[in-house]
Design a protein around this ligand. Sequence first.
Ligand SMILES: *Cc1c(COP(=O)(O)O)cnc(C)c1O
Length: 359
Amino acid sequence: MTGAQPPPVRDDLKDLQPYGAPQIDVPVRLNTNENPYPPSPRLVRAVADAVAEAAGTLNRYPDRDAVELRKDLADYLGHGLTVGHLWAANGSNEVIQQLLQAFGGPGRRALGFDPGYAMYPLIARVTCTGWVAADRDEDFGLDPERAARVIEEAQPSLVFLASPNNPTGTAAPMEVIEAVCAAAPGLVVVDEAYAEFAREGTPSALTLLPRYPGLVVTRTMSKAFGMAGARIGYLAAAPEVVEKLLVVRLPYHLSAVTQAVARAALALAAEPLATVEKLRAERDGLVAWLRQRGLAVADSDANFVLFGEFDSRHAVWQGLLDRGVLVREVGPPRWLRVTVGTPAEMAAFRSALDEVLSQ
Ligand SMILES: *Cc1c(COP(=O)(O)O)cnc(C)c1O
């Protein structure tokens, strides 16, 4: 044959599989850390109205700098932040991709700590950024001096630190975040996707922004806001960092519909955020129940819990699935991760786990 043919994929991506949690259609899905509560009827109405208004102008490109949305996000975060400190994209995964496109790339490295979020090394690879995997401590924490040492040795252009961490669930204490910021020669990306779920008194890295011009704090509307389907993520950083992202973002990357949906949800933020209280209480109850059952459980500041340790976690995962409950096989080999759901979903999880473990 002659003429156009699909060439082989890039050599460095040859062995890569498309990323995604296996989705199985079961009654109780506790595997992707979504908020189990759908938007309230009032929020649904507000979103629908906002979309209807945006629909009337869809012949025009959207505001490519999403200025009104970034203002709203700055107001939501507080801490004296303004539109110039904020940036938004289609999920925080796109924010992370833009950070790696602008500040990583060929000849540069990014560093993260395992067990950690699988998307960091994956997006690093797709953007041709080297990846340095450092280890968390035995208890999934991070000793500040050791963290500083690995960063000083690797000299990465970016450090990724999720706090609360996924899949382990625990937030990093301020001294760890400060030690990382003090040691890093480049950007420090503190991924606060689960910040709203953190236990009382957990500090946010937002308080450190005035002190470290290389600090970036990412957030998302996918978890606490219950808007995973809308694809809205954002970051706060020094305006000089945000300006560099404008160079790599596609023009009009955030549709007028997405911007309208995000603003409508932010205007009623108190509603989705009311579910956070329920989910935190449910989480704390789940942690206590699992510990009572004699299982090891990582402290959780998120809307999921990592528990173990199983000789065959796959057998436990399968046993739960056979009973209609889907959790995630992720993280350290003898552990499983379960997302906090509604009280009914958690009751189903507990009775399924009881059955599986008493076999
Ligand atoms: C869920 C999650 C995100 C959010 O991804 P979106 O693209 O905003 O949906 C980011 N970071 C971590 C660690 C997560 O677990």
